[in-house]
Design a protein around this ligand. Structure first.
Ligand SMILES: [Zn+2]
Length: 472
């Protein structure tokens, strides 16, 4: 039987606000432990939360970028659970009335565009961080003490939940990458996985191809890289298929990966139907975004969607790997497109931006695409050093291709032939020797032609032409 994977993602992103979600502490999860705290985020009795307007605005902009509907009324809920890194004993989150709903993202790929539904994007606060000391690798096992750093407690966090519309590990990786670019370019998060400002969980199930049932799913947690996640998802899909094919049943469970050890098998824990006893946060008023913001004005602040940009680059005929590398910086795509407009084919244009521009550490935003395209067009005829010099200079003001084009070599037979003919007639002995089998003399003739043309001849063209003429 042919099986189909059904994958949904939950992504958490730290917002780049100056202060925390409900107090005036500076955001600084990685600063010296417990230096970014106050009575509000330490949950002292009698303190009251005040929502961070900038965090709400960032969430609305993200929602709009993901094609969501902005709710007329959203409310914060208390999500109750006890854990040492949760000082209040509950987390302020959103439940059935989130800020943004029902979006979708057009996810381009090598086989066309897939639509991924965005169930919701809501705002909540992050927990503090527990550090286990005295044991190996900061693990709780073998630790002599556990310490809590409250710097992170109360950091604004957006949670984005997708519909189970993703069908492969590769597609999940691509979605996460595009989503990461989206939040970075919106300027709302650094979204750095190493620093924990982007985290995600993956829900995976499988079903017979073509059916629309939803079978028991498992959840993969603690992923620390997109590539690692893709491998984890692939292994999980294979595991579930093997269970069904041997007549078994997949159990609902959570698989925890150890981010520091990619080779370690995941730890498993039974999924409990948690009862968080959600109830509306009594200390906060409902948020009514449409009274405070104009959606048109917010929309006008959105940069171009990285997904749309990737779709365009792929449509131009660039392979996925290069297209994603170009898409990693909008300026790369702009330069790529300027080169295409100047008549350069997709492949050499992409290679130029990804290899030459990068190798010379040139800022693609400052390159005059139309001008540098002239050099690129005649690349084969320009000596390597002159070409490199042109690339290195391409971001300077008033860059002109002309002086580098003057270095262009002569590859045209009509210009080379008279020189070659003359040299062959002046060196009859050597010609005879060559035709008699001394093929090493080719270098001698090439040298003569290069000297005659003062190095302007294209060595490959000279070689080819000489061989042709000497063969007669
Ligand atoms: Zn605080």
């Amino acid at each position: 039987m042919k099986w189909e994977a059904v994958i949904g993602l939950e992504i958490h992103v730290h917002l780049k606000t100056r202060t925390k979600m409900f107090c005036r502490c500076a955001v600084g999860a990685l600063d010296d432990p417990n230096t970014r705290t106050c009575p509000v985020c330490l949950a002292h009795p009698g303190t009251l939360p005040v929502p961070n307007k900038q965090a709400i605005e960032m969430t609305l902009r993200l929602g709009l970028a993901l094609g969501c509907r902005v709710a007329e009324r959203a409310i914060f809920h208390r999500k109750n659970y006890f854990y040492p890194d949760n000082p209040k004993g509950y987390q302020i989150s959103q439940y059935d009335e989130p800020l943004c709903l029902n979006g979708r993202l057009r996810l381009p790929g090598p086989d066309g565009v897939a639509e991924v539904g965005i169930t919701r994007a809501h705002l909540e606060e992050d927990a503090a961080k527990t550090l286990h000391v005295g044991g190996a690798e900061g693990r709780i096992r073998g630790a002599t003490a556990s310490l809590v750093d409250f710097n992170r407690a109360g950091t604004p966090l957006v949670e984005i939940v997708t519909e189970p519309d993703i069908r492969s590990a590769e597609q999940a990786r691509r979605f996460l990458q595009v989503l990461r670019r989206t939040v970075v370019e919106l300027g709302i998060s650094d979204a750095e996985m190493e620093k924990g400002s982007l985290r995600f969980d993956v829900n995976v199930s499988v079903r017979p191809g073509g059916s629309d049932e939803l079978r028991t799913r498992t959840e993969l947690k603690n992923m620390n890289s997109f590539a690692f996640a893709a491998r984890g998802i692939e292994r999980e899909i294979e595991r579930q298929i093997a269970i069904y094919e041997s007549g078994g049943q997949v159990e609902q469970e959570t698989l925890h990966f150890d981010p520091s050890r990619e080779d370690a098998p995941p730890l498993r824990s039974k999924e409990e139907a948690q009862d968080y006893r959600y109830f509306p946060e009594p200390d906060l008023l409902p948020v009514e975004p449409l009274r405070e913001w104009s959606l048109d004005e917010l929309r006008a602040t959105l940069p171009e969607s990285p997904a749309a940009r990737l779709e365009r680059v792929l449509a131009a005929g660039v392979d996925l790997r290069d297209a994603e590398a170009l898409n990693a910086e909008p300026e790369r795509v702009s330069l790529f497109e300027a080169l295409r407009d100047a008549g350069i084919e997709a492949k050499p244009a992409a290679t130029f931006v990804l290899n030459d521009i990068t190798r010379h550490e040139v800022d693609p935003a400052r390159v005059n695409g139309a001008e540098v395209a002239k050099v690129l067009r005649d690349r084969d005829q320009i000596p390597r050093e002159a070409f490199d010099a042109a690339v290195a200079a391409s971001a300077t003001d008033g860059f002109s291709a002309e002086e580098y084009l003057r270095e262009r070599t002569v590859a045209d037979a009509s210009e080379l032939d008279p020189v070659i003919d003359r040299i062959l007639s002046e060196n009859e002995q050597q010609v005879e020797a060559y035709r008699g089998g001394k093929e090493g003399l080719l270098g001698f003739f090439v040298g003569q032609v290069m000297r005659e043309t003062q190095g302007k001849a294209n060595p490959k063209a000279v070689n080819d032409r000489l061989r042709e003429k000497l063969a007669k």
